[in-house]
Design a protein around this ligand. Structure first.
Ligand code: CDP
Length: 783
C-alpha cells in the first residue's frame, strides 16, 4: 500500500464542495425527480377564506372525473383516527379540516389521480360550503376578551391565548429601572417572514402492500425524528418506516415541521397500495408552510448617565397563527428568546412573552436561526442604537462600555446562559477598522451640515447554536444529541454516515474534512452519507446551525475512536509498544524514530489482513454525541447607507461583516454561508414580509408580493474573521450558518435610523421600504 500522496486538507482548507459537481450539472436527486412505477399524484384543496365553518363538502363530481383515483376529506381521515396530528409544540393541527377552517390556505381535501394536472383540475370540482366567521388577524385583538374564539376544537380553550412565559428577576429589574438615569424604550415589530427555499416541500409516499414497508421520500431536515413521529402518530412499526431525504433545495427551517400533505400522501398510498407523490407549488409553500418571526416586541433598557446598562426588560406578543406549531426543542414556549441581553454584561433582566392564536398559517419555525434568537438579537441591537442616540454616545462606544469582557468567559448570564467563549471588542474593533469608521463619522458630520442623510449602523450580535444538550433540548422527548458512524475500508477509503442532513450547506465536504483532520484520510476519500433513516445512525437533523456543533463533534469523536484503534494496530505493525506510537497527519510513527511509520492507509489494510492476537477485525465505529453546552458564535456587522431625501430610497454603500465561529473547517464554505445569510438579512430588513389584509387574506403568496433579493438589490459584502474557539467542542468550532440572518437585520435598520436621527425619527419597522422612510420624513415635515 502506498502512503498518502494527495495533501490531506483537513481543517482550515477551502476544499471545493464535493457535492457541487453533481448539483451544478443538474444531476442532483430531489424529491420531485423521483418517479416510481405506478406512481399517483396528489393535489390539495385549500381554504379560500381565513375563518369559516364548513357546512358541506361534495366530492362526487371530482371522484367521477376521468383519471381521478380517490378524493380524501377530513371525514375520511377521521374514520381512520387520522384527522388531527400533533405539532412540534404539542398542539393539535387538522390534517384536513373537519368542521371549520382557521386560516386561508388550510388543507381541506385531497385528490389523488393518475396525473398531476388531472389532480389539480379535479380540485375545482369539489364543492365546499363555507359559512364565514369573523377573522382574527391582529394578535393583540385576538387576546381581547370578546375576540371570536378560533380554536373551538380544543377542550377547555376559552380564549385565543396560548401561553404566557417569563424569565428573569422582575423585582431586581424593576429596582434597576427605578434607579436609572435614563430609560430608553422601543416598540418594534419583527414581521412574519418566510424562508421561501428554492425547492418547495413535498414527498413520494410508497407503502408496499406486500411487505407493509412504508418508504417516504420527503423534503425533511430531520428524517430520523420524522420517522419516529410517523410511527407514533400512525401507529406503524418504526422498522417498517424508511424516510429518505434526498438532495434538498434549501431548508432554512421550512422543512422541519410535518405538513398535512406528507400525512395525506402516506395515508393515500397505504389505502391505495400505490406510490403517491405530492409536491406543493410556490403559493402553497408561502401561504401554508412554516412562517417565521411575527413578534410584537417592546424593549426597555435602563442606563446610567455614562452609558452603563443597569437593567433590561421586554414584553412580547407572539403571533403563532391558528395552530401552535412553533418548531423549537426547548422546554420554554419562546425558545431561546431569553438570550436577549445579547453581547452585554447586564446585571438585571426580565422578559415575558404571551402567544396568541390568529387566523393565519401555523409556524414559528427557526428560519435560519436558533428558535427566536433572531428576534432577541434584533431587539437588543436596535435598543442599543436608540440608547446611543438618546444619550448622545457613539454607538460603538456604548457597546464597548457594556460588552462582556474576554476574561469573563465562560460567562454566566443573568438569564441563565453560560456563554462558552467570546471576544466582542476584538470583532467590533476589526469591523470599525475595516469600515474606516472614524473617517466615515467625519464625513457624516459634514454631510449632515449640508442636509444630506447618511447613516452608519452597527450590530454586535451574539448567537446561540448547537442544540442540545439532551437534558434541556428535545423533540417530543427525543434528546438532542447527534451521531456519526465511520468505517475505513481495507484500501484506506472511508464512509461516514451522519444523523444530520445537509440541505446545501456542504456537509459532504466539511464533514469529510473533519475526518481528514482527525485521521489523515483526504476528504475526497471520505464519502459522506446522510438523510436515509435505514442507512444512517439516529440523529435529530439539521436546523439552527446545529450540524457543526453537534454532528461535527460526533464526527471528530468517532474518528478519534478509530485513531485510537489504528494506533494499537500501528504498534503491532511497527513491533513497538502502543505508548511508543505517535500520530500526526495520517502517519503513525515510532516516538523518536519518525522514519519508522505506517500510514493510515497501511493501518486500515492491516485491520482486515494482519491483526494482533485477540483484536477484532475492521476499522469502524459509531458515536452519539451529546454536547455539554451550546456554542456562542458572535460578530459585528457594520452598514453604511445613503438615504435619498426626495424618495426615501436607501442604498447600502458599504457592508463589513466580522464573524467569529471559532475554528473554521472550510473558510470558503463559511464565507458562502455568510454571504447567503447577509443577503437574506438584507431582504428581511429592506423588502419582504408576509402580511394579511383585514379579512385574513395572505399578501405575500407569490414572488411578486414576497420579494426575493436579486443580485441587483443585494449589497456587496466585505467579510472578515476573528477566531475564538469553543472550549468544549472537540475541534473548537461553533456553528455559523445562521449568524448573518440573525445579526444583520439590525445593522441595516440601525444604519437607516442613524441617517434619519437628525430628523427625530427613532423607529421604522421592517421591512424598511422607501415609502415607509418617505412617510416618516413627511410626517416630520421633511419630505
Ligand atoms: O447546521 P448547518 O449545517 O445549517 O449549519 P452550520 O453548522 O453552521 O454549518 C454550515 C456549513 O458551514 C457546514 O458545511 C459546516 O461544516 C461549515 N462550517 C465550517 O466550515 N466551520 C465552522 N466553524 C462552522 C461551519
Amino acid at each position: 500500500m502506498s502512503g498518502t500522496e494527495t495533501p490531506i486538507r483537513g481543517l482550515g482548507h477551502s476544499v471545493r464542495r464535493k457535492e457541487d459537481d453533481r448539483l451544478l450539472r443538474g444531476r442532483g436527486n430531489f424529491v420531485d425527480d423521483i418517479a416510481l412505477p405506478g406512481m399517483l399524484h396528489m393535489a390539495l384543496l385549500r381554504a379560500p377564506i381565513a375563518h369559516a365553518r364548513i357546512t358541506a363538502v361534495d366530492v362526487e363530481a371530482a371522484k367521477a372525473h376521468p383519471g381521478v383515483v380517490a378524493v380524501v376529506t377530513g371525514r375520511d381521515l377521521d374514520a381512520h383516527g387520522l384527522a388531527w396530528m400533533p405539532t412540534l409544540s404539542g398542539d393539535t393541527q387538522a390534517v384536513l379540516a373537519l368542521d371549520k377552517v382557521v386560516f386561508q390556505g388550510q388543507e381541506v381535501a385531497a385528490v389523488v389521480a393518475e396525473d398531476p394536472y388531472v389532480a389539480s383540475d379535479a380540485l375545482e370540482l369539489i364543492d365546499v360550503d363555507y359559512d364565514p366567521l369573523p377573522p382574527v388577524v391582529d394578535p393583540n385583538k385576538a387576546l381581547e376578551p370578546d375576540a371570536p374564539l378560533i380554536r373551538e376544537d380544543k377542550q377547555g380553550q376559552t380564549s385565543n391565548h396560548i401561553n404566557h412565559w417569563e424569565k428573569g428577576d422582575r423585582e431586581a429589574t424593576d429596582r434597576a429601572f427605578a434607579s436609572a438615569d435614563k430609560v430608553v424604550r422601543l416598540e418594534t415589530f419583527y414581521p412574519r417572514s418566510h424562508p421561501a427555499p428554492l425547492e418547495t416541500c413535498g414527498c413520494v409516499a410508497d407503502v408496499d402492500p406486500a411487505t407493509g414497508k412504508a418508504t417516504i421520500y420527503m423534503t425533511s431536515q430531520a428524517p430520523h425524528a420524522h420517522r419516529t413521529l410517523f410511527a407514533l402518530v400512525a401507529g406503524l412499526p418504526e422498522q417498517d418506516i424508511r424516510i429518505v431525504s434526498p438532495d434538498i433545495g434549501g431548508g432554512f427551517g421550512n422543512k422541519v415541521p410535518i405538513y398535512p400533505g406528507y400525512v395525506v400522501a402516506t395515508v393515500a398510498s397505504l389505502l391505495l397500495g400505490r406510490p403517491v407523490k405530492w409536491v406543493e407549488d410556490r403559493t402553497e409553500n408561502l401561504i401554508s408552510t412554516g412562517f417565521a418571526r411575527d413578534y410584537h416586541m417592546t424593549g426597555e433598557v435602563a442606563l446610567s448617565s455614562d452609558g452603563r446598562i443597569l437593567g433590561l426588560r421586554s414584553k412580547v406578543v407572539a403571533d403563532h397563527g391558528a395552530f401552535n406549531a412553533a418548531a423549537q426543542p426547548t422546554k420554554t414556549p419562546a425558545g431561546l428568546f431569553h438570550i436577549f441581553a445579547g453581547s452585554y454584561d447586564v446585571p438585571a433582566a426580565f422578559c415575558e412573552v404571551d402567544a396568541a392564536y390568529t387566523n393565519k398559517a401555523p409556524g414559528g419555525i427557526a428560519y435560519r436561526c436558533s428558535f427566536r434568537v433572531t428576534e432577541a438579537s434584533f431587539l437588543i441591537e436596535r435598543l442599543m442604537q436608540k440608547a446611543a442616540t438618546e444619550l448622545e454616545i457613539d454607538p460603538a462606544e456604548l457597546r464597548r462600555r457594556n460588552f462582556i469582557r474576554p476574561e469573563q468567559f465562560p460567562y454566566r448570564s443573568v438569564l441563565g446562559w453560560e456563554y462558552d467563549s467570546g471576544d466582542y471588542q476584538r470583532a467590533l474593533d476589526l469591523a470599525l477598522e475595516k469600515l474606516g469608521y472614524q473617517e466615515l463619522r467625519r464625513e457624516q458630520r459634514e454631510r449632515r451640515q449640508r442636509g444630506e442623510l447618511m447613516g452608519i449602523g452597527i450590530a454586535s450580535f451574539t448567537e446561540v447554536v448547537g442544540a442540545g444538550h439532551g437534558a434541556d433540548y428535545d423533540i417530543a422527548g427525543l434528546r438532542m444529541f447527534d451521531s456519526a458512524e465511520l468505517r475505513v475500508h481495507p484500501t484506506g477509503k472511508a464512509i461516514l454516515k451522519v444523523g444530520v442532513k445537509t440541505q446545501g450547506q456542504g456537509h459532504e465536504t466539511t464533514f469529510a474534512q473533519i475526518v481528514a483532520g482527525e485521521l489523515g484520510i483526504p476528504p475526497e476519500d471520505v464519502a459522506v452519507m446522510h438523510g436515509d433513516t435505514d442507512n444512517t445512525p439516529y440523529g435529530l437533523g439539521t436546523y439552527a446551525s446545529r450540524s457543526t456543533p453537534v454532528g461535527g463533534a460526533a464526527t471528530a469523536m468517532v474518528a478519534r475512536k478509530l485513531r485510537e484503534k489504528a494506533g494499537r494496530l500501528a504498534a503491532h505493525l511497527l513491533e513497538v509498544a502502543e505508548e511508543d506510537v505517535e500520530y500526526a497527519e495520517g502517519r503513525f510513527s515510532v516516538r523518536g524514530a519518525p522514519d519508522q511509520a505506517k500510514t493510515i492507509q497501511e493501518v486500515a489494510f492491516a485491520a482486515y489482513t494482519n491483526l494482533p492476537e485477540g483484536m477484532e477485525a475492521g476499522l469502524e465505529g459509531v458515536t452519539y454525541y451529546d454536547p455539554p453546552n451550546m456554542t456562542f458564535p458572535f460578530g459585528t456587522y457594520c452598514v453604511v447607507v445613503d438615504v435619498d431625501k426626495g424618495t426615501g430610497a436607501w442604498k447600502v454603500r458599504k457592508m463589513v461583516a466580522v464573524d467569529d465561529c471559532g475554528v473554521r473547517i472550510n473558510p470558503m464554505i463559511v464565507e458562502g454561508q455568510i454571504h447567503g445569510g447577509l443577503a437574506e438579512g438584507f431582504a428581511i430588513a429592506a423588502m419582504q414580509q408576509i402580511t394579511f389584509d383585514e379579512e385574513g387574506n395572505c399578501i405575500g403568496s407569490n414572488f411578486t408580493d414576497y420579494l426575493l433579493p436579486t443580485s441587483w438589490e443585494t449589497p456587496n459584502f466585505e467579510t472578515h474573521e476573528t477566531v475564538t474557539p469553543s472550549p468544549h467542542h472537540p475541534i473548537g468550532a461553533k456553528g455559523v450558518g445562521e449568524s448573518p440572518t440573525v445579526g444583520s437585520p439590525a445593522a441595516y435598520v440601525n444604519a437607516v435610523l442613524d441617517a434619519l436621527a437628525p430628523l427625530g425619527i427613532t423607529n421604522i419597522d421592517m421591512p424598511v421600504t422607501s415609502d415607509k422612510v418617505w412617510t416618516a420624513m413627511h410626517e416630520k415635515g421633511f419630505a
